[in-house]
Design a protein around this ligand. Structure first.
Ligand code: HEC
Length: 240
């Protein structure tokens, strides 16, 4: 038993074994039987490719051997940072097979004892799951091949974010949360700034097409969302 782990009360453990719920097998052993029994059935489909149980077994075996070669040992804790992709499944089973302990470090949970606090509402954080999805699709939309990936275009379209939210998420890191600009990074956009004189069209184009140092937001934000951001800029510029 791992140190610090609270064991099941013995009378519960006894009952579960008597009723046949507990087989005293590791997860890897439990899954080995499943992999054998359903070998030819499709277990997962990811990005257009199907994987049978036999595939999952074979690929995770190979990965397990590679992980051992890398120096991982039974009872090592492994923090897996992968999105919802088939590689997560392979890695999860590979870790089970060599007795490593996968730590589920999700954005919602945070990582206790580090600066990565919990973001999910259920775990005491400020964001709903819809908002977390919006943020992670936004991050994906910044990846190099994002423009070619239809799934990552205008990822915030259904997010219900206000002009102010959008500004804080997409613009404030360069222009400052109070629009007062950041030295050597980006100009001020608030009251008294040059951008007060910019036409509506100029603002829309700057945001949609970007500039020398500014990324383009056309394809990331919808046209309506860019309008909302401009309306927010105008509101702050007029002291609102
Ligand atoms: C990576 C930093 C960065 C981000 C993110 C960024 N900008 Fe910019 N922005 C700049 C820089 C640098 C300039 C100066 C000119 C240029 O490089 O295009 C600029 C210029 C502008 C201008 C023209 C200012 C003027 O005086 O005419 C506007 C308007 C603007 N940004 C709005 C936005 C909005 C709205 C967002 C978010 C949707 C945003 N920017 C996100 C860096 C950024």
């Amino acid at each position: 038993m791992l140190e610090g782990f609270v064991p099941f009360p013995p009378e519960f453990a006894k009952r579960y074994r008597e009723k046949g719920y507990w087989h005293d097998k590791s997860l890897a052993e439990e899954f080995a039987a499943v992999f054998r029994q359903y070998a030819d059935r499709v277990a997962f489909i990811d990005r257009g490719k199907a994987y049978t149980y036999a595939d999952v077994d074979r690929i995770s075996n190979g990965l397990a051997l590679n992980l051992l070669e890398l120096g991982l040992r039974p009872l090592d804790r492994v923090v897996v940072q992968l999105p919802n992709v088939i590689e997560f499944v392979f890695l999860y089973f590979a870790l089970q097979k060599i007795g490593c302990i996968p730590i589920a470090a999700l954005v919602t949970h945070g990582v206790p004892g580090t600066e990565m606090v919990a973001y999910g509402l259920d775990f005491g954080g400020p964001l709903s799951s819809t908002q977390i999805r919006a943020v992670s699709s936004y991050l994906r939309s910044l990846e190099e091949d994002a423009a070619a990936n239809p799934l990552w275009r205008t990822p915030l379209a259904d997010s219900n974010l206000s002009g102010r939210d959008l500004f804080n998420m997409a613009c404030s890191r360069c222009h400052g949360t109070d629009l007062s600009g950041v030295d050597d990074v980006a100009p001020a956009l608030g009251p008294g700034s040059e951008s007060v004189e910019d036409s509506h069209h100029r603002l829309m184009t700057q945001i949609a097409d970007g500039g020398d140092e500014m990324p383009r937001f056309g394809g990331v934000l919808t046209l309506e969302q860019i309008e909302m951001v401009v309306a927010y800029l105008r509101q702050v510029q007029s002291g609102g």
